[in-house]
Design a protein. Structure first.
Length: 440
């Protein structure tokens, strides 16, 4: 095996710029969208909710991105980064570094180094701040990065990039499947399209006669406004009681300590792991099986729903067969609909709909950070259709839900392979032909 590559000071091999918060009132010019910390994911950008700012002529060039720029978070999760592949001109602001590698350093190699350094805690010693961690511009410049010859960097990228591309395709497929399920949910349970069609004497579109017969042809008044005749309006606590379920708080900090977390073990779903109605394993914590058994009342079952108890309290993850036996973590609330409940997909989408999300945010307590408790979560008003309608919906969406789980498992396997190869490639321990064989 080769010895480790020489390490260099990052500031000597890149051009970096740290964004700052500009003055929206004083600046002139046309408002333009810009990236903030929340728009940067590991290896990707979320462009669905961009803020806007007026940039002066000189600022436009200073705070704009070029294709290939590495965008690194200064705060939030310091070091989280992605490579900008969009057109030239997107702006960035406070709490983001723009890093342009020079000729000696490949941007994708540097991205992978940041990913490995963040995962293994190598960046921690460079953070400032006690409560909120920051990676300052000076700290970025002083980072020590292994520097293989450029040809070796590019060869590593050729091994790692196909894995990332396959993971991206799987996640994009899941986004499409989610959109299909959400469209069906909206049609049946938000817009009530089948009911309105029957009221107008039309056959509901896209369904057979047996399914259409499950829907009434009139509405009734309820606490949530007009609902299809015969459907109920109850709260989440009543629903779980009716079907043999419960709502409980995750383990307290006194039950799970920093020393309990290990490199390999039972995954623990924390608020940071909740995204797109699923539990992400990108940076999930793990504990020993003995500790999981000690906290067995918090073990997850298929159909459970895990809510973030603090911060973004409207977010939740639906637990599938893949996550059976994982643990509901600290900072979360666990909703277990019960063995009599027919449609986990319906309840998850209902609690993810705009009405429920808004209700949770408005009723959360806490001046500094929104917080939920079992009482607040249990008071969320929910619509309860007929059992036959729920069964028909679950039969349709369970196909997409199962495919999403399979895609997520494959993406997790590929990410584990990538994370195994990455440190050995960067250190020079693993020869490229061996890495190529493993990836193949």
């Amino acid at each position: 095996m080769r010895s480790e590559w020489p390490t260099v000071r990052l500031g000597d091999h890149v051009n970096a710029c740290l964004g700052k918060m500009l003055d929206a009132q004083k600046n002139k010019g046309t408002p333009q969208p810009y990236l903030g910390n929340s728009n940067v994911r590991w290896g990707a950008f979320d462009l669905t909710d961009l803020a806007e700012m007026r940039f002066e002529t000189g600022e436009e060039e200073r705070y704009e991105l070029h294709p290939g720029d590495l965008v690194v978070c200064e705060g939030g999760e310091p070091g989280r980064c992605a490579i900008w592949t969009g057109p030239r001109g997107m702006k960035f602001q406070k709490a983001l570094h723009r890093i342009r590698p020079r000729a000696t350093l490949d941007n994708y190699y540097l991205f992978n180094w940041f990913r490995q350094a963040a995962r293994t805690g190598q960046l921690d010693a460079h953070f400032t701040g006690t409560t909120i961690k920051h990676l300052t511009g000076r700290a970025v410049a002083e980072l020590r990065v292994p520097l293989p010859p450029l040809a070796e960097q590019l060869a590593m990228v050729d091994v790692l990039r196909p894995l990332d591309e396959r993971i991206t395709l799987l996640r994009e497929s899941n986004a499409t499947l989610e959109a299909i399920a959400q469209a069906l949910f909206k049609s049946w349970f938000v817009d009530f399209d089948p009911v309105r069609a029957k009221m107008e004497g039309r056959a509901p579109e896209g369904m057979d006669e047996a399914t259409a017969a499950l829907f009434p042809d009139s509405f009734q008044e309820s606490a949530l406004g007009l609902l299809p005749a015969g459907w109920e309006c109850i709260d989440l606590s009543d629903l779980t009681k009716r079907f043999g379920g419960s709502i409980q708080t995750g383990p307290f900090g006194s039950q799970l300590h920093a020393s309990d977390y290990v490199e390999s073990g039972v995954p623990v779903v924390m608020p940071k792991d909740i995204m797109n109605r699923r539990a992400s394993t990108d940076s999930i914590a793990r504990i020993r099986s003995t500790d999981a058994d000690r906290l067995s009342r918090h073990k997850l079952m298929a159909g459970d729903i895990v809510f973030s108890r603090r911060g973004d309290v409207e977010r939740h993850a639906l637990i599938t067969d893949r996550e059976i036996g994982w643990l509901c973590g600290t900072g979360c609330l666990l909703v277990r609909p019960g063995p009599g409940w027919r449609s986990p997909g319906f309840l998850s989408m209902l609690l993810d709909a705009a009405r429920a999300r808004t209700w949770l945010v408005q009723h959360a307590v806490g001046a500094t950070m929104p917080n939920l408790n079992t009482g607040i979560l249990g008071s969320v008003p929910v619509v309860l259709p007929s059992n036959s309608t729920l069964s028909a919906f679950e039969e349709l969406v369970s196909v997409t839900e199962e495919q999403r789980s399979r895609n997520a498992s494959m993406a997790e396997t590929l990410a584990a392979l990538r994370d195994t190869l990455l440190p050995r490639l960067i250190s020079g321990e693993l020869r490229l032909p061996d890495a190529e064989a493993l990836a193949a």
